[in-house]
Design a protein around this ligand. Sequence first.
Ligand code: GLA
Length: 390
Amino acid sequence: MRNDKSMTGNRTGDKLLVEFERRYERPAAFIARAPGRVNMIGEHTDYNDGFVLPAAIERETRIALAPRDDGEVRLAALDLNRHTGFNVDAIEPSLDEGWSNYVRGVAAGLRAAGYALRGADMLVHGNVPIGSGLSSSAALEMASVQAFGAAGGFTVPPDAAARIGQAAEHQFVGAKTGLMDQLASALGQAGHLLLIDIRSLEYRAVPVPTNAAILIADTSVRRQLASSAYNERRSQCEAAAAAMGVPALRDATLDMLAKVDVPDVVRRRATHIIEENARVLEAVAAFEGGDLLRAGALMNGSHFSLRDLYEVSSKELDIMAALLREQPGCYGARLTGAGFGGCCVALMEASHAEAAIPAVAKSYEQATGLRPALYLTRAATGANVRAVTS
Ligand code: GLA
């Protein structure tokens, strides 16, 4: 089976370490890494205190770093060919170097939480496609937590790290995102999906059955997460919860919803959330019982609900999901992440997964004129940091 290899290597073979030394004229001391994520089911439920079932993926963001004796952070992005800097005593969002706001926001959050920040030279490199629904931003945030921790000699518990990443999104980027992406990136376990209860932050690792494969299909249409549509969905959910007198839609039922007078659009949004939470728990039972047919059917149901009730799909996502479902050995397919563009995820019978890639790529290109990217991923390990040895 072809798989998407993480970027690894020693000092001489690793482009990131070579570039670090060239740029900063000294070797890197640590490499922090954090994966992107794919969400199998449970979409837009996280900011409603609900359930999600993501996995960390083999695509990741890495930060090579060397601590400094002062409070300066020199920060460069290898893939973007950009660089910037700030001092840990005066952290502000940057207007010109927007990509750095995830790192700045994390530094500000760590400081506010009382961690003793130290300056560092940092170089970022990653292969999580940006704006594709695979959480490149959460990967950068969780790698940043690991990097500042290594520089300052502290460690941050995964749930605190996730909250600091989320606060960076809210305060430095302007996207009112939930906690799923950061938790998946921080907590990921090889070979497992994570059932996370976003209210309690309790989680359970759910093994990916050995005969199952996870196929990611990127429509190659990019979205803007900060766009108002995401924040608007969030307000509609809050309006529905308020109308029912519950703290969050997690606490609502369809019966309760039937009894309140809310605009039709709010009713549709809330219906999606209530039913999606139930689908997640049913999908966990299906995965744990090895019932991939049922898990796939629930994924299909999730997609249709996101398309019709939550209205976050797109023409390309619908085409991609339909093409995936037509493949032999496909149990189910749905958009993954916020929607409005980005990727689909398909649950495949492992022995059929490889063959689906060229077939779907060809049909998608014929249907849309766009060239997609399809790749298999295994569920990967969450964020960590290691010392560089020569
Ligand atoms: C984005 C957000 C998450 C979550 C998903 C939708 O990825 O960052 O918090 O809300 O959209 O499920």
